[in-house]
Design a protein around this ligand. Structure first.
Ligand SMILES: Cc1cc2nc3c(=O)[nH]c(=O)nc-3n(C[C@H](O)[C@H](O)[C@H](O)COP(=O)(O)OP(=O)(O)OC[C@H]3O[C@@H](n4cnc5c(N)ncnc54)[C@H](O)[C@@H]3O)c2cc1C
Length: 442
């Protein structure tokens, strides 16, 4: 099921003289690009998916694997003084910044700050919720078609709280989310949390269990499974460098990255779904949104099952709210994922937050066990100052479309973005008004 019939990437286009022709080129084989390619191919568009590496090997590889039905309120910029001072010291675990990056972050942060004001934020959250509402159904539809349902783990995820006041505030917000957006949760006192996750330390204030989200036990395998579905539908996957994108008359053209033998690919339409790397290609097209990245890390641990009496250590994913990291039972082991690192996208990894989170994780889950990866993995969440993704026709560039900027919820929203954009590109009525996500807003 996870195996593709042939190699996932072919560098040669086959015996032909001119460029390889298609209806659409999708640039970027992350969860967003792959999902768009599947939806276009399902609608009969002859599609070529292009990436410079294997599908799902970018940020889509290493996330926390949550299809976040609860995430109707996107991550806002902190606006209370206490939080701002805490982050300014650069000692917290959930957020960390490279001081040299601050001048470059001024412009996006100003917008992010303004958009986090209560009134604006509610409008933004409403637009976000229209996408989030479909995330689980859209994933299940693709996973069923791909034969990949075994990679999905229902049962939601849990916030573990140390501070009763923070828990009370989270539960109050959860009630608003239930009332306004149908997001379901279960409130847990200390004893209920201990029953739910018997191997985390006792004596916590309590928990908040989001019941509708779905976990992915191997996000890379899920992207590969959707890629295999795309190929079964007749789609083609090629190595190529998106930076070679040019317009040749009425067509868009990309050349292969596989050396001189790879033929150019030509199509009247192109989708730029390059996640954090999208500006590399959109800037030469005259589009420079104030995108910034929140980098994040993961590490796997071999659980010490002796501490669990032979049973699994975690029932499901757990967020340590006080310390801002997650523990997720994955196929490979327990994955620890970190919060937001504000740094240059291409700067060397600085896994400071992982070093800070690990001792806290060992206190929370004594059976966490030993590190399994030689190095921490790093990815970059592509973020916009208004917390909404950029989805729609590229301004002033006939036949070009954008789909990036999914920040903390790119895995969640990949298939929903694919369904929305494919409908827009084929002239169908989209399931929701796409105006809030239009590229022109930047
Ligand atoms: C630690 C962490 C935890 C996260 N947890 C979650 C979670 O639980 N749930 C959730 O929904 N989201 C989560 N996210 C966010 C999510 O992973 C991202 O939003 C998502 O992966 C973005 O997908 P994408 O397809 O836009 O980008 P990517 O997966 O980065 O794909 C972009 C692709 O473009 C390719 N590319 C780049 N430049 C070029 C070029 N010049 N030529 C050709 N190809 C190129 C790359 O190789 C890559 O394959 C998390 C992120 C992090 C870092």
């Amino acid at each position: 099921m996870l195996e593709t019939q042939s190699s996932p990437f072919q560098t040669e286009a086959g015996p032909q003289d001119g460029p390889e022709e298609a209806d659409v080129i999708v640039l970027g084989g992350g969860i967003v690009g792959v999902s768009i390619a599947v939806h276009l191919q399902m609608r009969g568009r002859n599609t070529v998916l292009v990436d410079r590496q294997g599908p799902g090997e970018g940020t889509s590889f290493g996330n926390a694997g949550l299809i976040q039905r609860e995430a109707v309120f996107p991550h806002l910029f902190p606006r209370n003084l206490g939080d701002l001072l805490r982050y300014a010291t650069n000692r917290s675990t959930d957020a960390y910044y490279h001081p040299a990056m601050l001048p470059r972050l001024l412009r996006p942060f100003l917008g992010y700050w303004q958009n986090s004001e209560q009134g604006r934020y509610r409008t933004i959250a409403h637009a976000y919720a229209q996408l989030i509402a479909h995330c689980v159904d859209d994933h299940v539809a693709l996973a069923e078609a791909a034969g990949a349902m075994d990679l999905l783990r229902p049962g939601g995820w849990t916030q573990a709280h140390e501070d009763p006041k923070v828990l009370a505030a989270a539960l109050a917000e959860a009630e608003v989310m239930r009332r306004e957006y149908g997001v379901e949760h279960v409130a847990m006192d200390s004893a209920a949390l201990a029953r739910h996750e018997p191997h985390i330390r006792s004596g916590l204030a309590g928990g908040l269990h989001w019941t509708q989200p779905v976990g992915v036990i191997d996000p890379h395998a899920l992207t590969l499974a959707y890629t295999a579905l795309f190929e079964r539908l007749g789609g083609r996957v090629r190595f190529g460098n998106a930076r070679t994108l040019t317009r040749a008359g009425a067509a868009w053209r990309v050349t292969g990255a596989g050396g001189a033998i790879a033929a150019p690919i030509s199509a009247p339409e192109v989708v730029i779904a390059l996640g954090a790397f999208a500006p590399d290609v959109t800037k030469p097209l005259g589009y420079a949104p104030p995108l910034f990245v929140k980098r994040g890390y993961h590490m796997h641990y071999q659980p010490d099952v002796t501490k669990a009496g032979g049973n699994a250590l975690l029932t499901g994913p757990v967020l340590d709210v006080a310390n801002g990291y997650m523990l997720i039972p994955m196929r490979r082991g327990i994955r620890l994922t970190t919060g937001a690192e504000f740094a240059h996208r291409d700067a060397e990894p600085t896994p400071v937050q992982l070093a800070r989170a690990e001792p806290a994780a060992r206190r929370l889950l004594p059976g966490l066990g030993t590190r399994m990866d030689a190095e921490p993995w790093m990815g970059a969440r592509p973020c916009t100052p208004d917390m909404l993704p950029i989805i729609g026709a590229a301004p002033g560039q006939k036949g070009a479309w954008y789909a990036f900027g999914h920040a903390h919820q790119g895995l969640t929203l990949g298939p929903t973005t694919g369904r929305l954009l494919a409908a827009m590109m084929t002239g169908d009525t989209p399931f929701t008004d796409p105006t809030p996500y239009r590229p022109e807003r930047f």
